[in-house]
Write a protein that binds this ligand. Sequence first.
Ligand code: GLN
Length: 307
Amino acid sequence: MRSPILDYLDAIFEGTAHVTSGATADYIPDLAAADPDRAAVALCTVNGTVYASGDADHRFSIQSMSKPFAYALALEEHGVARVLEHVGVEPSGEAFNELSLDRETGRPLNPMINAGAIATHALVAQDEDDGVDRVLRFFSTLTGRDVEVDESVAASEMSTASRNLGLAYLLEATGGLARHPRAAVEGYVRQCAASVDVRDLALMAATLANGGVQPQTGEQVVCRETTRQVLSVMASCGMYDAAGDWFTAVGIPAKSGVAGGIIGVLPGQVGLAVFSPRLDAHGNSARGVAMMERMSDDMGLHLMEAG
Ligand code: GLN
């Protein structure tokens, strides 16, 4: 029998088709050329059952949704204290690619903005040969399949990476980068170009919802403390300068990516993933936000709502 959850996701997909505002990311040529009308939504329970609707098999680059997972790897490898020496946990209230570091410490404010994500990637991938592979292996453990880099997207982003290179050199100047700036950006860009679909993302989100245990394999992929740290930072910083709007309206930890994906995590319950390439002024998927708002309302997901 067809699950009512699938009918529900179809309704979310169809009920947000009118949201055509925004535009594909313009600063990465490959993303600018994406088909703007594709869309998908997926939900994964903490039992590991995945439901999806729309273009659920369409793969796109993970982009900034890689950041919480790279942060999780850094925390597992180095511990919270060492990672905090390199990257803070304060919301920046600024755009994702802002050229900003904390005035007093010289650290990036958090690991969800590009400056913090480049510093985090460098912590995980200090070893030149194995850096990106380690991140990809981790994504593969989370999704249960071999995740690969979309080389076209990676090359496209590297061709217009001046801003991220600028950030990396700034980080090097303040002593906050564990690798050469160019290598750190190349690795970070490849991390962001990992190719996934909404099912993969829902499962990755569900692993965070499930205390760091991948729900299909039962493997504890990250510890509970790491999971808590990652979800806390997603809640306060995951949606950049729209983090306050997001948390009041949707009320769950989340992370967006400029290819049009958004993941959301309701601890103990579900992982959600949506995709639609047109972005709003903050760089978050416009229809994706609409899909998440509806699901949060319908299912009463907001963490600040009692009962
Ligand atoms: N790779 C992208 C960048 O660095 C990621 C940004 C994003 O998804 N918000 O610009």
